[in-house]
Design a protein around this ligand. Sequence first.
Ligand code: SF4
Length: 390
Amino acid sequence: MTTLRNAHLSYSRLTRFELCPLSYKLHYLDKRQAEPGIPLRFGKVIHAVLEHLISEVVVDERTGTLSEDRAVELFQEAWSADGLTGLDVFEEGMHILRDFVREEGVVDHRDVLAVEKEFQLPVGPFTVLGFIDRVNWVDDETVEVVDYKTNRQIFTRDEVDSSLQMSLYHVAAQRLWPWAKNVKLTFRMLRHGIRQETTRTPEQLADALAYVETLGTQTETAHEFPARLNANCIYCDHRMHCPAYAEALQGRPHLICEDIRDLEAVAKEREQVARLAKVLYARKEELEGVLKAQLRDRDELVLGGVRYRMFNITSHEYPLDATLSVLADATGMPRDELLGKVAVVEKKSLDALLKDLGKRLEMPRVSLLKAELEAKAEKRHSPRLWAKEV
Ligand code: SF4
């Protein structure tokens, strides 16, 4: 490659291309005015508040608890500067910030190495630019990279462990603080008050950098930028100018399979309908969010001949010990026998435990343990269609 159209990459630039080439083209090549939706603007407002709040501690060289009043004041300023509206969203912001102040506890300015730290990473012919929300000192060999997220959904374990963003931040942190032998990577999920933590091996970092270079090269050599409808179209800041999104909202598939013996046509229509379903489902969620916000203050809404109400779904979980005691008292059956009849170990909890053990035990021991548990598992099979682009 001789001359690069753009030698500067960023995580958001790369993910935009990865997620939807048309969005990339509209944003970076055509330089169309982005129209970020409320979730994106809200996220920026919260980030701005947290950046200010922690920066003030560092600049003033303070140690102590954060001021909730100051957080609220900063939020009001950032909210007004952005021009956001909506009491429900405003209240969400207040909750997030109050919880953040409480969870932070005592903040020692000496533990904060950086806030909104800029970095530049050479990767092949490119330079990756970015900002890390916050970097904490953990001990003489460890730094913690923190990325604030206002996502409604928490990440899956796989998403955390394979996040390209975190891999880039790890490499950046190693360059910025070369004394750090260990880098801890933390997503602070602000709506949920939880930390999703991960680490990277040298091999994972090398793979991530090779991937960035490959993706960067793809952005340089691409001649076509197709729309790729996906569940995140609802958040796309160019969706109002995207013909594919407009058509998707009308639920209009292009390809209608007229002969179900033509399996290629069946598969093409199936993929198209699956993508439309994701877009429509996400839009339904967005619209329902508006109605649910209205139903906070009233019992029901009647709109367009439809009655809307909220109702509670109750799910039950029975604590093992207490439940076994009640059953044993009532039936006279031994606890062991009852345990065998009513208790099973959830796969999710077992996987989390094994993942945790994987950090402390030798890999062969963990693999052996997994195999033993697998042999004990009672399996039920239900047929399901699996599809992946090849
Ligand atoms: S709305 Fe969806 S398909 Fe259209 S540009 Fe945005 S991400 Fe791409």
